[in-house]
Write a protein that binds this ligand. Structure first.
Ligand code: NDP
Length: 292
């Protein structure tokens, strides 16, 4: 398969995408607002488009990856007419609502649309560990699957263009919960240690790995709505211990602001009668926000 592809947006991620297409031998046309970012790719064999319209017109498959959706529309707005009959794959991070609006915008211009979320950092692009979530036109995904899988493992989640960003943002939410925990943990333990690297690799990471094995079990409880505890870690016990995390951070001179909303949620769980249940029962509270 030697079908041509266009990449619009050559920041850290867009350049990695274009490189992967080039490496696999695809005729690759590139465009970036600041043209010098195309220089390295052009030296490797990419074709430089003079305008975004020229870039769109060069290939049946147009991949755009810029900072945000405002940039997507700044770039593609003037090139809209050229999109007719092409497949637009938007790998820019955004919300489900932004994706749905952009899908409608593309449909008005006669383009098939796929929204995508890249679950990888640029050096991972082109390896199977790089996972890309897609939603929108299933026909477009099937037609261009071999090209898209040059970038990494592709997963099509459904016809609603908002589904890929929904899953992308949910996965980032999970990761940021972990990063927030990491930041708080090393800020705290670092008050009594000269360095935190050894603590992180020998204690924290094995512990977090063990904790992640609990997640599928908790997720099943969310699915069934049965939060009865079978591991002896009920909410009342957790709510009683949690203030120690906050108090110890404060006593070590570390800001405990990241912990406060978790403490409030645990307390609310107990107050609303979930004390004997699993942590999973808090999902029900999150879906039913606290009265203002
Ligand atoms: P960069 O900051 O490296 O690049 C941003 C790109 O957006 C540049 O090409 C820039 O053009 C372009 N841009 C910004 N504003 C405009 C505008 N108004 N008009 C035209 N072009 C504009 O970001 P990344 O490449 O790292 O990220 C791109 C997307 O990929 C983002 O949505 C990001 O969330 C997502 N992503 C990034 C990951 C990463 O680890 N890097 C991981 C997963 C997703 P110019 O060069 O002219 O400034």
């Amino acid at each position: 398969d030697r079908s041509a592809v266009t990449v619009i947006g050559l920041g850290a991620m867009g350049a990695a995408l274009a490189n992967a297409f080039l490496d696999s031998g695809r005729p690759t046309t590139v465009w970036n607002r600041s043209p010098e970012k195309a220089d390295g790719l052009v030296a490797e064999g990419a074709v430089r488009a003079a305008t975004a319209t020229e870039a769109v017109s060069a290939s049946p498959l147009v991949v755009v990856c810029v900072l945000d959706y405002r940039a997507v529309h700044d770039v593609l707005g003037p090139a809209g007419a050229a999109l007719s009959g092409r497949v637009l794959v938007n790998l820019t991070n955004g919300t489900p609502e932004q994706a749905r609006r952009t899908a409608a915008w593309a449909a008005e211009r006669g383009a098939d649309y796929l929204d995508g979320g890249i679950m990888a950092v640029p050096p991972m692009i082109g390896s199977p560990e790089s996972v890309l979530l897609y939603s929108g036109s299933a026909d477009a995904f099937e037609a261009h699957r071999r090209t898209l899988e040059i970038l990494g493992t592709g997963r099509h989640l459904g016809a609603d263009a908002g589904l890929a960003p929904l899953h992308d943002l949910a996965m980032l939410t999970g990761a940021y919960g972990m990063f927030a925990g990491f930041l708080q943990a090393v800020a705290m333990v670092g008050t009594e240690r000269a360095e935190v690297a050894e603590f992180t690799s020998s204690l924290l990471v094995p512990w977090l790995n063990a904790m992640t094995t609990e997640l599928p079990r908790l997720a099943e409880r969310v699915d069934t709505g049965d939060h009865a505890t079978d591991v002896g870690s009920n909410l009342a016990m957790q709510a009683a211990a949690f203030p120690n995390l906050v108090d110890a951070a404060g006593a070590q001179g570390v800001d405990a602001g990241l912990l406060a909303p978790v403490r409030a949620l645990l307390d609310r769980g107990v107050a609303e009668g979930h004390g004997a249940e699993e942590l999973s029962s808090l999902v029900e509270l999150l879906r039913k926000p606290a009265p203002a």
